[in-house]
Design a protein around this ligand. Sequence first.
Ligand SMILES: Cc1cc2nc3c(=O)[nH]c(=O)nc-3n(C[C@H](O)[C@H](O)[C@H](O)COP(=O)(O)OP(=O)(O)OC[C@H]3O[C@@H](n4cnc5c(N)ncnc54)[C@H](O)[C@@H]3O)c2cc1C
Length: 475
Amino acid sequence: MENPTPTKCSVLIVGAGISGITAAKQLAENGVEDFVIVEASDKIGGRLRKEDFGGVAVELGAGWIAGVGVGGNKTNPLWEMARQSNLHTCFSDYSNARFNIYDNSGNIFPAEVAAEAYNKAVESAVAKLNNKESDETPTSPKRPIDLAIDFMLHDFEMAEVEPIPTYVDFGDNEFLVADKRGYEHLVYELAKSFLSTSDAQIMDTRLKLNNVVRTMEQSRTGVVVTTEDDNVYEAKYAILSVSIGVLQSNLISFTPPLPRWKTEAISNIDIMVYTKVFLKFPHRFWPSDSDKEFFMYAHQTRGYYTFWQSMESAYPGSNILVVTLTNVESKRIEAQSDEETKTEAMGVLRAMFGAHVPEASDILVPRWWNNRFQRGSYSFYPVHVDHHLLHCVKAPVGRIFFSGEHTSEKFNGYVHGGYYSGMDTSKALIEEMKTEIARENETQSFLFQPFLALTLPQVFDIPTHLLHRLAKAII
Ligand SMILES: Cc1cc2nc3c(=O)[nH]c(=O)nc-3n(C[C@H](O)[C@H](O)[C@H](O)COP(=O)(O)OP(=O)(O)OC[C@H]3O[C@@H](n4cnc5c(N)ncnc54)[C@H](O)[C@@H]3O)c2cc1C
């Protein structure tokens, strides 16, 4: 194949999730309009992704705006955007889940048994997070009820070291997005504020969808990026906003290879696989009370269809249940057919609610682990992560700047983490661009400017920007 003509720009942004789009917006607002956003999939939004299922829009990726309301001293920027867009959300309180734990005979554990198991699990989790001794080994609870509660604390919620910045800064509540435009609508709104549109569609040629970046080669002066379809982009700088899972995979190769401090930092961040399986039923057979919205199944295998949520408060009358699976269980069901997953889920529902439970008419199983543009759901910092490691995860390597939720020290794993990382990365890059221009100007004016400026333009009628290039080439 002939060498394709490269597309040239000042900044190439890889990835059009919330982080990449925010980074581009920040560049545009600071006068750097000469960027290109390259996205592997056929749409923007990344891990904010809705799909039509059972007559409503369900969120395959992020569903909650976490950190809203009481107690915070700032407003979560995503909450602000949601309000401006009139995005429909509903208050979500899953603290009642621990009082709705079913055994495999369909009985709910008595409240005092559940409370005791819960308190023990919290004590144990706090001891683990604070690195203190505990009577129990926190990661190896034995009874099904303990396993269910352990799953809720560590896998459904993010087991984070207290105080948790999201809740301290923005408030304690969480709101579930329940809007037919989807959570992704907020990314579209951000994008439309600086990319050109026609008939409300983004038509800007600086956004390149279906372009899978495979190589990034950097030199002293720039970065050359090639895609799977042999498109070539030449930029002065690149912002890489792909997930930590993609960085850990070999989808993108770097020349020269990334330094060891970078690859070690990347490999030390954990990835959580978090899967929401949606099931549609001909009618509702589970309790409708608001304190029964969330319920759990206690099974001897940890994480086996443990955490259930009714979609009734988000979409009344939709007759949809969601069950959350994580890590080992997520990978296991991703590898089997959806029909097999449905059979397993039906077995669990019939154990909880009886043989009369009707067969689900439809199932939706997202595959975040096997999606080569994600390779997991979100980053999870190891307990007692060291700050040097986090610094290395986000530090630029030459002309490649790193962004994405995994680079947000305070808010990794969250949508607002992606948002803030895009802002931070762009700010750092703009500073670097200013420094580079100042450096160039200094060198040029010191050595050549008097000569070039006074002689060459008059003699050869050379425009100033070419003069600068000439001076640089001579240096
Ligand atoms: C199932 C699930 C549930 C979640 N729940 C919540 C929640 O309730 N609340 C919350 O706050 N957060 C939640 N999160 C986390 C949240 O979705 C992420 O933190 C956030 O969306 C990440 O944004 P990002 O821009 O950093 O990455 P991404 O959205 O992943 O954007 C990166 C982009 O890079 C693209 N890309 C990858 N490789 C290439 C390549 N080689 N070339 C070009 N483009 C490439 C990808 O296609 C993607 O569009 C959840 C995530 C998942 C998956």
